[in-house]
Design a protein around this ligand. Structure first.
Ligand code: ADP
Length: 468
């Protein structure tokens, strides 16, 4: 493959796409984690400073309460406390009811620079551009209303947050560099078995379907895919085998009458013949042609039943009426062969389907029953609708029956239990009748079964979904 094409196929490969996805997810996760850690740290530092400032405000209130009679003493005490906190940059404000300063420590920011941020129970938080304060009401019953406010600069919090960000940045960058690499390796590992699947499927040909995909036995999705493809290949191989067999059998069946025609014409043409001999030859050819015609018709019916015509006309078929008209058609033949034809047909039974193939189904089953039942026998046809709701059709005879080991094979194409049995009867078969029945039933979403006892008779049962 030329390089640009190789590059294009690499770029569009699942591996690269998974890697890109992985990198995008890691990038998003790192950003979210970074923000969460930064904001978490800022929040907890602020909560901590609020708690400390609140304690300090409480201490100031105790001092005010202690020296309340003497304002000078209160201010002295405040000065003493404020000077102890100067190194931290803390400040103290004593405010009257209108929040005008009664006393303020050196370094206290202008009051206009401060906004009330939140009320937390018995204290409130005030924030400014670079500082933060906790304010408490001074609870003195015999004095005018006043507040104490203790504040602190917050620059150190932003410094801490920035320091943490500086520490986390290289870690995040390292993670971001490792993500595509790790993603590529992971994707490579995950996709490796797909390569085997691709290689094997590339080798498969309709004429060479023996190879199967490797199943690693770990039970993951790729194993399931391999199993599914293997199952499909099994079915495909079986289908192709059946098709080949079908073509071979069809050719074989078509060849027999053709060989017979060829042989009899060659023999007849060897020397001059009488008019009667030519007539015999033409009769023989006519008979073989009839057989050929029957076979070709059946092959067409089978193809039609299996794959359907271009535009099937599905309709509500009154099955009872279809069966009755078939039985009327077979009545003279049954009488001729000394066979009693009985029917018990539930009226108003309809199936949604194709009228002509359903007629064919009944015809084939009754035709077989008559073929394999000797004179004096009985053939009964039943039709009823059960609760499922399904329509159940059975064709029962007390004829020759089918050996148990042959039962599973009789629906195979061209399969005949014993050619001599059917050749002996007037209507000759070629082993396609039941395959056609099965194909018709399956096309209608039903099922067909047989039970039989050698020498005692057979019963063919068909279930079809009822209409409505
Ligand atoms: P054919 O056209 O040769 O009858 P079918 O596919 O209709 O082919 O039937 C396959 C085989 O099943 C027949 O060769 C026959 O031996 C057996 N069979 C079918 N129906 C009956 C039946 N009612 N009684 C006994 N054998 C049957």
């Amino acid at each position: 493959m030329p390089f640009p094409q190789r590059l294009k196929s690499w770029w569009t490969s699942l591996r690269v796409r998974l890697t890109l996805w992985n990198t995008a997810v890691v990038l998003a996760a790192v950003l979210v984690a970074l923000l969460a850690v930064r904001e978490g740290l800022r929040y907890s530092l602020l909560a901590e400073i609020d708690a400390v400032l609140n304690d300090e405000a409480k201490a100031l209130i105790l001092a005010i309460q202690e020296f309340q009679a003497d304002r000078e003493l209160v201010i002295d005490e405040m000065q003493r406390i404020a000077s102890g906190h100067q190194e931290h940059g803390w400040y103290i404000l004593w405010l009257d009811a209108d929040r005008n300063p009664i006393w303020s420590s050196p370094g206290a920011p202008p009051l206009t620079d401060t906004q009330r941020a939140a009320g937390r129970g018995d204290y409130s938080v005030w924030v400014g551009a670079a500082h933060r304060a906790v304010e408490r009401r001074v609870p003195l019953s015999n004095q005018p209303l006043s507040y104490v406010r203790v504040g602190s600069p917050v620059a150190f919090i932003e410094e801490d947050v920035a320091r943490l960000t500086r520490i986390l940045m290289p870690v995040s960058l390292a993670l971001l560099c490792l993500a595509p690499l790790g993603g590529y390796l992971l994707a490579w590992r995950a996709i490796e078995p797909l390569k085997h699947i691709l290689e094997t499927t590339r080798r498969l040909r309709p004429s060479r379907l023996e190879e199967r995909l490797q199943v690693r036995g770990v039970g993951d999705e790729l194993d399931q895919l391999a199993l599914q493809i293997n199952q499909f290949l099994d079915q495909l191989a079986e289908h192709l085998r059946q098709q080949r067999e079908f073509v071979a059998n069809a050719a074989h069946e078509l060849r027999s009458p053709l060989t017979a025609i060829q042989a009899s014409t060659e023999v007849t043409l060897e020397k001059p013949r009488s008019a009667e001999e030519y007539e015999d030859l033409l009769l023989a050819i006519h008979e073989q042609c009839q057989d050929l015609g029957n076979l070709v018709n059946q092959l067409l019916q089978l193809t039609e039943a299996e794959h359907g015509s271009a535009e099937p006309r599905w309709e509500h078929v009154p099955l009872g009426e279809v069966i009755q008209s078939c039985l009327d058609m077979f009545a003279p033949l049954a009488e001729d062969r000394g066979i009693t034809l009985r029917a018990s047909l539930e009226q108003q039974v309809t199936v949604r389907g194709l009228s002509q193939p359903l007629r064919q189904l009944v015809t084939n089953l009754v035709d077989n029953a008559l073929k394999f039942t000797p004179s004096g026998g009985v053939v009964s046809v039943h039709l009823r609708r059960n609760a499922s709701p399904e329509v159940e059709l059975s064709v029962e005879d007390n004829g020759v029956g089918i050996p148990p080991d042959e039962l599973p094979k009789i629906f195979e194409r061209f399969y005949q239990v014993d050619k001599s049995r059917s050749r002996a009867v007037a209507s000759r078969g070629n082993g396609l009748g039941l395959s056609i029945c099965q194909a018709i039933v399956q096309r209608h979403g039903g099922r067909i079964e047989v039970s039989s006892e050698l020498g005692r008779g057979s019963t063919f049962r068909v279930w079809l979904p009822a209409a409505g």
